[in-house]
Write a protein that binds this ligand. Structure first.
Ligand code: GLC
Length: 557
């Protein structure tokens, strides 16, 4: 059987890739211009070498050591059948069909994918739009399949939208803001297409999507890495787009922390869920976007100034996150014994966290081995909840040190029932209930306990877990999660999310044929079959950002 036809895969020839400034000493960037010859050494080459070491240690059963550096599987035959001599899972072909059905065209060109193609649902709301964050797994699937055009179109279209004047009532939004979503309106009579975009002025709760700009930069790098085409990122428009996004975040103000202060609902969790303050999801994406921008910005006059600010912020941000957001057994024990009301520079309990505010569940949840970045840290407030996206992005961006990355994976293994259950993966753990739910969510009927953003299980997160697993050399964990998804996802019609403590029930108001559930599955499969794809979405550790302090035993065990 012709695998390419069956799976909807296209031929991909080998790809070249840009080299990374992350190869280099960050501080050197401040004085030296970046040379084009930096492109000589590709990230893929390096990461593949490292990957094969990691993988030969681990148990990626389909992975063969013949996978040589710089080589990438062609798709004449799907990689899985070439290596394992078995046909691709039947769900793969179905997923590609469904993904292609979700394509959105503007004047004949594909520019994105619709959030959900659910005809059965009575309420469309804005699920008929192209969401920036939702398009990321679609984009990765297309890039991995050798179809970069749609990604390029998307990047350019959203860049154009960034240039619009954005207003909510009488208030003008920052220039760099990227939309949460956009919609193409087809006029059959005039035969014309127009676009409407939402920067938060129509969104439920009227919150601007802080994550959109970060995802845009991350995707620009993924496109550049995967195609080897630097010309897009180097256009004055893309350079300006990046600078505008970052200007929103790097401006000086009253901040005492290098983290980014956010409103509730500003990211994937796009309604009130108590994530206001300094949510891990945004901090991790911010860190990753800064690092991606560093590798894409030109060293011209404007770029250089931006680069200098990025480098300084990265140093401060990584220190802050690794020190104060990190929680493991030792750290929890330390906080439990904290003294309060300490004044001056010698304070150990810098944020004046009252030990009584530590929730009971975290004492049981914390394994002896393992750790994670908690949800939020601000004065007298630590949100101890686990958030999947932020922790996976911390691994992929190397915000987490190698030891911390390992500890996060240890935690996932140790707390499999809680974090993965019967359907990967919990967006947040645990759920908030009763009085707390009333206060924190404002009695949100969609975010009841163990549903939707409040402890629901989101199949889209599978690609992030898979990428994190590959990066940490534990592909067997990803395989286990994918196996779980394969028992139900197609049968249930690719739901947006599942409900319940174990993620057993199709979500109360979950859309079917949710595009990012489909694309997330495809990306997870393709990455596991050809781990070299990881380079698109992963950054190696920057030695210059090594932590100065070692806080916990699990870092070293
Ligand atoms: C929901 C999700 C959000 C997603 C949107 C479209 O609002 O919370 O993250 O982007 O649906 O799928």
């Amino acid at each position: 059987m012709d695998g390419a036809k069956v799976t909807g895969l296209r031929n991909v020839s080998s790809t070249c890739s840009i080299s990374e400034t992350e190869d280099f000493d960050l501080s050197r960037l401040l004085d030296k211009p970046r040379l084009n010859i930096e492109r000589q050494r590709s990230f893929d080459e390096r990461s593949l070498g490292e990957l094969s070491t990691a993988l030969s240690r681990g148990a990626l059963d389909s992975y063969e050591t013949t996978h040589s550096p710089g080589w990438r599987s062609g798709f004449n035959t799907p990689a899985s059948s070439a290596r394992n001599s078995f046909e691709p899972h039947p769900m793969v072909a179905e997923a590609w069909d469904a993904l292609r059905r979700s394509l959105v065209y503007f004047r004949g060109q594909p520019v994105g994918t619709i959030a959900a193609y659910d005809h059965a649902s009575e309420e469309v709301l804005n699920y008929d739009q192209v969401f920036v964050r939702d398009f990321v797994p679609s984009a990765l699937a297309f890039l991995m399949n050798g179809e970069p055009e749609i990604v390029r179109n998307f990047l350019l279209k959203t860049l154009q939208l960034q240039g619009w004047e954005k207003r909510i009532d009488r208030f003008k939004l920052g220039e760099g803001a990227m939309p949460a979503s956009f919609k193409v309106l087809h006029d059959p009579v005039r035969k014309s297409d127009t676009i409407v975009a939402d920067f938060g002025e129509s969104a439920i709760g009227r919150v601007a999507p802080v994550d959109s700009g970060f995802w845009w930069i991350i995707l620009l790098r993924a496109y550049t890495k995967s195609t080897g085409d630097l010309s897009l990122a180097e256009t004055p428009e893309c350079q300006k787009g990046m600078r505008l996004i970052l200007t929103l975040c790097l401006s000086e103000g009253f901040d005492t922390f290098p983290t980014l202060l956010c409103a509730d609902g500003c990211s994937m969790i796009d309604r009130r869920m108590g994530i206001y303050g300094y949510p891990i999801e945004i901090q991790a994406l911010f860190f990753m976007a800064l690092r991606c921008a560093l590798s894409l910005l030109k060293h011209d006059a404007e770029g250089k100034e931006c680069i200098e600010r990025i480098v300084k912020r990265l140093h401060a941000l990584s220190y802050h996150m690794r020190s104060y957001f990190w929680l493991d057994f030792q750290q929890l024990n330390d906080i439990y014994r904290y003294k309060t009301e300490e004044y001056s520079h010698t304070a150990v309990n810098k944020f004046n966290v009252i030990p009584d505010s530590i929730p009971d569940w975290v004492f049981d949840f914390m394994p002896t081995r393992g750790g994670y970045f908690i949800g939020n840290v601000s004065p007298a407030r630590m949100d101890f909840r686990w958030f999947c996206l932020g922790n996976c992005i911390a691994i992929l961006s190397s915000l987490a040190t190698p030891e911390q990355s390992m500890a996060i994976m240890d935690l996932i293994e140790e707390r499999w029932d809680e974090l993965v259950g019967e359907m990967p993966l919990k967006i947040a753990y645990p759920a908030i209930e009763s009085h707390e739910w009333r206060i924190v969510t404002g009695c949100d009927p969609k975010n009841t306990r163990w549903s939707y953003h409040n402890g629901g299980s989101w199949p889209v997160l599978l690609w992030l877990l898979t990428a994190a697993c590959i990066k940490t050399g534990r592909p067997q964990i990803a395989r286990r999660a994918i196996d779980l998804a394969e028992t139900r996802l197609l049968k249930d019609g690719w739901p947006e999310y599942y409900d319940g403590k174990l993620g057993r029930y199709v979500g109360k108001q979950a859309r079917k044929f949710q595009t990012w559930s489909i694309a997330g599955y495809l990306v997870a499969k393709m990455m596991l079959e050809d781990p070299s794809h990881l380079g698109m979405i992963s950054l190696e550790e920057d030695k210059q950002m090594k932590p100065l302090i070692k806080r916990s035993s699990s870092w070293t065990c």
